[in-house]
Design a protein around this ligand. Structure first.
Ligand SMILES: *Cc1c(COP(=O)(O)O)cnc(C)c1O
Length: 422
């Protein structure tokens, strides 16, 4: 396998290619193929960017037709036919049926972190306060504003400047006996807390990069109430666990709550194309024209793919698929994987699951598992503190037999590691 060019000329900053050291050339559905013709099962799913599978057969012809008709490709934020069609579909078929009518759609730059930056700017502007509450273990992106929320120390160090205007609140799983919502209230009420009242609290409903921590509905409802009681905006980052990943299109639906602002990216682009949205209650729309800007806000191909992706999601009932296959994963973990060693733990919801190796005192155990899995032609990543969790995140449309085959490869990789190292 010729990887010389990359190693010689591409920056040391590259990361995933070190974990999956081959040269990929094709992808279809839930499989990736490398230049040697090896076939890999994808339990990584572009970190959640290809929920509807690689090169989805429903979306692909719509993109080809659009290009063949010389549809406009670049337009900044000018009005275009694909943008009208996307907004209309999103509004009528996705937001309104979920009780989210009257939310405004903003197109920030095409990455998740850009959607987070826009949400932060807007929250600070609307409330006139600079501080934001975020949870330990969260991940919200790598540009300065989003990075100041993110708690990973290595990522923060890379900033090279002080990251500020964020108060980090312990995530509920950090101290199960401790009422972290009451703690936030105390920070506001105590005149010796040294903490400025925030404009917003930002959360993921499932901390994905943080190690697959699913927040209980009751916690999410308490957080919603805390924000209401204190005139604080609730921002939900649905970039990784939105788009039907947890079994409902928006991950917060299960708790029956609505955020004031929410951000989407990854699979909203349908086909793995860069696309992001910041969506908020219309009364928050205090932007001046051009106040947040960007050359690639109007990624037309992504808009075509995004609408087609939503059509596909509804047509194939992908939410139900995620619930059903999520149960298969849950059952497999409980019956086949956890019994391998009493120190293993499993947690997840829908089609995002984690296997926790923190209690096995072998350095990098979960990384070793992903390496063994890769040798068995399964692509699976780590997450969480010290990368101690193996994250299972297949495309939502994975065929049941491929899912079972992937799970069995993972089981074998874990067995091999337990035998060899633990
Ligand atoms: C991936 C991710 C981001 C950042 O998105 P980018 O497109 O990588 O900038 C932000 N929040 C969450 C929860 C993510 O998973």
């Amino acid at each position: 396998m010729d990887t010389q060019i990359f190693e010689t000329y591409e920056s040391e900053v590259r990361s995933y290619c070190r974990r999956f050291p081959t040269v990929f050339s094709k992808a279809k559905g839930s499989k990736l193929f490398d230049e040697l013709g090896n076939e890999y099962i994808d339990f990584f799913c572009g970190a959640g960017a290809v929920n509807y599978g690689h090169n989805n057969n429903y979306i692909k012809p719509k993109l080809i037709d659009y290009m063949m008709s010389d549809g406009i490709m670049h337009s900044l934020d000018m009005y275009t036919t694909p943008k009208r069609e996307f907004i209309a579909f999103m509004e009528e078929k996705i937001l309104q049926p979920r009780g989210l009518e009257g939310y405004k759609i903003m197109f920030p730059g095409p990455t998740g972190t850009n959607a987070v930056e826009a949400a932060l700017k807007l929250a600070r502007k609307v409330k006139g306060r600079s501080n934001v509450f975020a949870l330990t273990g969260c991940f919200h992106g790598m540009t300065l504003g989003a990075l100041s929320l993110t708690t990973d120390k290595t990522a923060r160090k890379g900033a090279g400047v002080k990251l500020h205007d964020v108060t980090h609140i312990p995530a509920p799983y950090n101290y199960p006996e401790f009422d972290t919502v009451q703690y936030m209230q105390d920070l506001l009420d105590d005149d010796h807390s040294a903490t400025d009242k925030p404009c917003a609290l930002i959360i993921e409903t499932v901390q994905a990069e943080g190690g697959i921590w699913v927040f209980e509905n009751e916690y999410l409802q308490k957080v919603r109430k805390f924000c209401d009681d204190n005139d604080i905006l609730l921002i939900i980052d649905d970039i990784q666990v939105g788009c039907a990943r947890t079994g409902t299109y928006f991950s917060f639906e299960r708790a029956g709550i609505q955020p004031d602002i929410f951000v989407m990216s990854k699979s909203i682009g349908g086909y793995g194309l860069p696309f992001a949205l910041t969506i908020f209650r219309s009364e928050l729309d205090k932007w001046l024209p051009g106040e947040h800007n960007g050359t690639f806000r109007g990624n037309q191909l992504a808009m075509v793919a995004a609408k087609a992706g939503l059509e596909f999601m509804l047509k194939e009932n992908v939410e139900q698929q995620a619930k059903d296959k999520g149960e298969i994963i849950r059952t497999y973990i409980e019956n086949e994987i956890l019994p391998l060693d009493s120190r293993l733990k499993g947690r997840g919801i829908g089609m995002i699951w984690g296997i926790e190796f923190a209690d096995i005192p072998v350095q990098g155990m979960s990384k070793k598992v992903t390496e063994k899995a890769f040798n068995r032609k399964l692509i699976v990543e780590c997450a969480g503190r010290k990368d101690s969790v193996v994250k299972i995140m297949p495309p939502l449309v994975i065929e049941q037999e491929v899912l079972m085959e992937g799970l069995s490869k993972l089981k074998k990789a874990i067995e091999e590691c337990l035998k060899e190292f633990a």
